[in-house]
Write a protein that binds this ligand. Structure first.
Ligand code: NAP
Length: 248
């Protein structure tokens, strides 16, 4: 367990899947967790946090809305007096072959996955700069950031973009004691990812050296580590968590 006692963490897309796993893990480690999402499920996650004996709240946040992101950051700062951890997790991955891709398909994915990371980070960074302390953890993907994936050109571009953003921002914020890192998950068992047929899932598992899908907790434990004092000298890094899939 990481010691995150009293640290205030904002998690985007926290209503289910990896975001929910991150929110619960950070709460278990003592953080005050602000679970945000567009679905309403953020309220259930905040309730789960309370049941664990943790603290925090739920807020609606559409990451594509920069003004809403500013309001969320202000609300969190006004309530708790600091914002220590931001986890940019919200993301969508609608498969579409490139030859069928419309402008809207492309812009929607870039808007949620990449502009969303910019919007929320832009809203939170001024508070972290004033504190001279902060942890920003961006959830990328092995798709785009490490390897190619059929049907995911838009998604891969957005996730490779997150890695570039992470490295450049890490340089700009190091002098303020703020670290910026990214995590590239492989195939993680989440509601959003549960769209493939049994046959497709079996083929994917066969391609993964560890022979199984990852869990939200596998990602959450790396987030907890990057958010902890143990990781204070790590910045601009990309941590791949994929059961060895991308090294085959
Ligand atoms: P998920 O189960 O679909 O959960 C994502 C949550 O984010 C959902 O509640 C979703 O709402 C929400 N969301 C969508 N658009 C949003 C917006 N504009 N603003 C705020 N929240 C929004 O996804 P997941 O599988 O946990 O994935 C989480 C992150 O990990 C994503 O960035 C994804 O790209 C990345 N990732 C996942 C995998 C994997 O195998 N699962 C692998 C690599 C990377 P809706 O349900 O309404 O869309």
């Amino acid at each position: 367990m990481a010691n995150l006692s009293g640290k205030v963490a904002i998690v985007t897309g926290a209503g289910q899947g990896i975001g929910r796993g991150i929110a619960l893990r950070l709460a278990r480690d003592g953080a005050i967790v602000v679970a945000t999402d567009i679905t309403g499920k953020e309220n259930e996650v905040a309730e789960e946090v309370r049941k664990l004996g943790g603290q925090g709240m739920a807020l609606r946040l559409d990451v594509t809305d920069g003004k809403m992101a500013e309001e969320v950051a202000r609300t969190v700062f006004d309530k708790y007096g600091h914002i220590d951890i931001l986890v940019n997790n919200a993301g969508i991955y609608p498969f579409k072959p490139f030859m069928e891709m419309t402008f809207n398909d492309w812009y929607r994915v870039i808007n949620v996955n990449l502009n969303g990371v910019f919007n929320v980070t832009r809203a939170v960074v001024p508070y972290m700069v004033k504190q001279k302390n902060g942890r920003i953890i961006n959830i990328a993907s092995i798709a785009g950031a490490v390897m190619g994936f059929m049907g995911l050109t838009h998604y891969s571009a957005s996730k490779a973009g997150i890695v570039g953003f992470t490295r450049a921002l890490a340089l700009e914020l190091a002098r303020y004691g703020i670290t910026v890192n990214a995590i590239a998950p492989g195939a993680i068992n989440t509601p959003g990812a549960a769209t493939g047929s049994e046959e497709q899932v079996r083929m994917m598992i066969n391609a993964i050296p560890m022979g199984k899908l990852g869990t939200p907790e596998d990602i959450a434990s790396a987030v907890a580590y990057l958010a902890s004092d143990e990781a204070s000298y790590i910045t601009g890094a990309l941590i791949v968590i994929d059961g060895g899939w991308s090294i085959t």
